[in-house]
Design a protein around this ligand. Structure first.
Ligand SMILES: Nc1nc2c(c(=O)[nH]1)N[C@H]1C(S)=C(S)[C@@H](COP(=O)(O)O)O[C@H]1N2
Ligand SMILES: [Mo]
Length: 369
């Protein structure tokens, strides 16, 4: 790892590093037991190398909005901050591949456990306001994002160039963010500017942004085409052929929950009650209920669900469950959204790239004897 990369993650604590050339760090569930995920614990997903945005490179950094616009806009960070209203949006950021390791049979892609997720307060300006200044034409259907990070195996290719449908780009919650939890955006999280696209998977949250290309067609940048960040429109069984034309870009996170306390294999007294807590979230359809079980899903109780602190943040759930008198103790949490979608008790629908595994999370406990 280069010294820049080592420095850039020196303050990260207790995260699991996923082997590979890129820096990818996962948060163990116990470290997510807080309403906002501290920077030191926030997961990291890099599809390529990090750009060296030191002071010298920053002096030349600008953001350009071009393509299907009436006036091209090129703007520096200070001007961006002083020209547009600054807003805070609390939102979960979750990688589409979060939980991929739970798919059987295994799929291509990084083997994330349950911790490629976090919740933060993002500060920035609305992408909508900047697009309005540029004047989006009637032909615009999509925005494409560009950044200087490149693929480690082939430095002529960008690491990632994804985008958003124009309606989401013009939605008030979609930000060009420069701060996270009250601190300037860290280099690994996209300094100086990143996209915040609440409800969309992390892949749409482009880091190190320097160009927003307004397009008259669906953006076709790096990792936008093929099966990348796409799900089949009808079910695909492992090992059977499929048609790539039957896949659609993921535009919404699924309803999901994670028990953050206790942790897997913790010891309990084996009588009395077990205090369970965690967080539940979803994409554009709000979470309304979380059921919890201490016997692996045979009996259920509704958890107390804290009021949402914001539309795209996560909701804390808490419950006290009677300890099963005998047999295995296995905690399970299962969230439901307003449309009645519930987390699958088994695995989520299998798909070739292993996206959006929102199957319930199980926490086996040991009995103290
Ligand atoms: N430029 C750029 N932006 C990027 C990526 C990347 O590799 N390069 N990875 C994306 C993916 S897949 C995810 S899940 C999120 C992760 O954000 P984080 O590293 O701040 O947690 O960043 C997104 N933005
Ligand atoms: Mo991701």
């Amino acid at each position: 790892m280069s010294s820049l990369s080592t420095q850039a993650i020196a303050y990260k604590q207790g995260l699991r590093s996923i082997p590979g050339r890129e820096i990818n760090l996962e948060t163990p569930p116990a470290l997510l037991d807080a309403p906002l995920t501290p920077l030191s614990r926030f997961f990291v997903r890099n599809n390529g190398g990090m750009p060296a945005l030191d002071e010298r490179a920053m002096a030349n950094w600008t953001l350009t909005i071009d393509g299907e616009v009436e006036r091209q806009v090129t703007i520096g960070l200070d001007e961006l901050k002083s020209s547009f209203e600054i807003v805070d949006v609390e939102s979960v950021l979750e990688c589409a591949g979060n939980g991929r390791a739970g798919f059987s049979p295994a799929t291509d892609g990084l083997p994330w456990g349950p911790g490629a997720v976090g919740c933060a307060i993002w500060r920035g300006v609305r992408l909508m306001d900047v697009l309005r200044q540029a004047g989006v034409t009637a032909q615009a259907v999509y925005v494409g994002f560009e950044s200087p990070d490149c693929c480690l195996d082939d430095s002529t290719r960008p690491a990632l160039s994804r985008g958003l449908p124009i309606a989401k780009a013009l939605s008030p919650e979609t930000l060009l963010a420069f701060a996270m939890n009250g601190e300037p955006l860290a280099l690994v999280h996209g300094f100086p500017l990143r996209i915040v696209a609440p409800g969309f998977p992390g892949s749409a949250w482009q880091k190190w942004l320097h160009r927003v290309w307004v397009r008259a067609c669906v953006h076709d940048g790096e990792k936008m085409t093929g099966l990348n960040y796409r799900l089949p429109t009808h079910s695909v069984s492992p090992g059977t052929p499929y048609d790539a034309d039957d896949f659609e870009v993921i535009t919404d996170l699924r309803v999901k929950s994670l028990i953050t306390s206790p942790a897997k294999e913790d010891e309990v007294i084996g009588s009395g009650e077990i205090a369970v807590a965690g967080y539940a979230w979803s994409g554009h359809v709000p979470v309304v209920q979380v059921g919890v079980s201490a016997d692996g899903g045979q009996s259920w109780q509704d958890a107390h669900l804290a009021a949402p602190s914001s539309r795209f943040g996560w909701r804390r759930f808490e419950a006290r469950l009677p300890c099963p008198p005998q047999g295995e103790i296995e905690l399970v949490s299962r969230a439901m959204d307003e449309a009645g979608n519930r987390q699958p008790l088994g695995q989520a629908p299998w798909n070739p790239r292993g996206y959006l595994n929102n199957g319930v999370y199980r926490v086996p406990l040991r009995r103290r004897r």
